[in-house]
Design a protein around this ligand. Sequence first.
Ligand code: B4P
Length: 193
Amino acid sequence: MFNLILFGPPGSGKGTQSEKLILQYHLKHLSTGDLLRSEINAQTPLGIEAKKFMDKGQLVPDEVVIGMISSALDTYPDVKGFLFDGFPRTSAQAEALDKLLELKRAPINIMIALKVTEEELVKRLLKRGQTSGRSDDDNDVVIRTRIGEYNKKTAPVADHYKSINKMVMVKGEGTVDEIFNALCKEIDNRMRQ
Ligand code: B4P
């Protein structure tokens, strides 16, 4: 298996690049944001609870997200690998993921962190908010809260993967294709090792 984490602040392009990467490398895309939004659309108890946090720009509690990922991993036992998009977002989530993957004897091969300035993030998310219908995208205060949550709780997760030599940083500004090519270069390098 080849397991990849695409990491970065809200609006850094994780979702955009994931769509292209899964086609290139035939990986199963696991986006916790997408999974949560489908629970919200289906109005499940989990979705109704998660929406309260997401609308405020806060992270959804760890146990909810970890449970979702755990069952998603069991749903796809025969894939070539997973692309984790927007997960792990806290140290507790990273520890849980390590344990779940240990059971499968299939560790994370690489974490790629997309680097984008805060002003560019806010600009992109407000622009998406004009058309996406996402309530967490159309308000400057909520967007700044999401970035604050990232800086406080999510950014430290990268240190864990850095310490085990699995983290690489890629510039997340430029055209979608330029960024995609830079990501592929890092993945191809790691696959050859
Ligand atoms: P997510 O769904 O993960 O979304 P995101 O961080 O907003 O966006 P992403 O980085 O994927 O950006 P995208 O490609 O779409 O999270 C939403 C919420 O769910 C969180 O705030 C949290 O509440 C909750 N949640 C999710 N996972 C969780 C977890 N593990 N634990 C707890 N809570 C969790 O790009 C954004 C925009 O930029 C798009 O409009 C795109 O077109 C544009 N764009 C992309 N690349 C560009 C480029 N190169 N140039 C210009 N624009 C670009």
